[in-house]
Write a new protein. Sequence first.
Length: 166
Amino acid sequence: MSACVEEHLDNEWFVVRHSGEIPEIALYAARHYLTEAEDGPRLNLSQDQWGRLLDAASVRYREIVLRDLQLDNRDTSIYRGLARSIANYRRFESFCRRHGLDMQDFCREVAAALLIFLAAEAAQVASGDRKSCINCTFTDLNDFACRIGLVSDSLPMSIRRLCPEE
């Protein structure tokens, strides 16, 4: 692969990897630029090259899903809340389905992160250290917990008190 082609791929990989909230848009914009755009290099991407870009989008999705499940992010400007994490997880799930990617390991990682988040949030709210930052309904949170295999039926009722009214 020529240095010029590699440079174009590296640049677009960087754009996809560090994209905003919807990495799939950056992925398809990169593919368009690399293969079809008038001002692009008009490459014929190999499976490996396309796979590198898919991987960049996948890593970015994982990052934004987990960002809002990390306790240290709760009181920062990057925190968007559990509602955003749930929405981003669903987007990533659809992305994986469309591209035939396995997300089983990530699903378990998300379940573990949510368990840690909910346990700490419940303890800190109960002790009066903070107000709940959960910004989704109990129904949405419970559906998500079931979807990722954290619970088979229902989260504990103590979690309901952390959620806004339905």
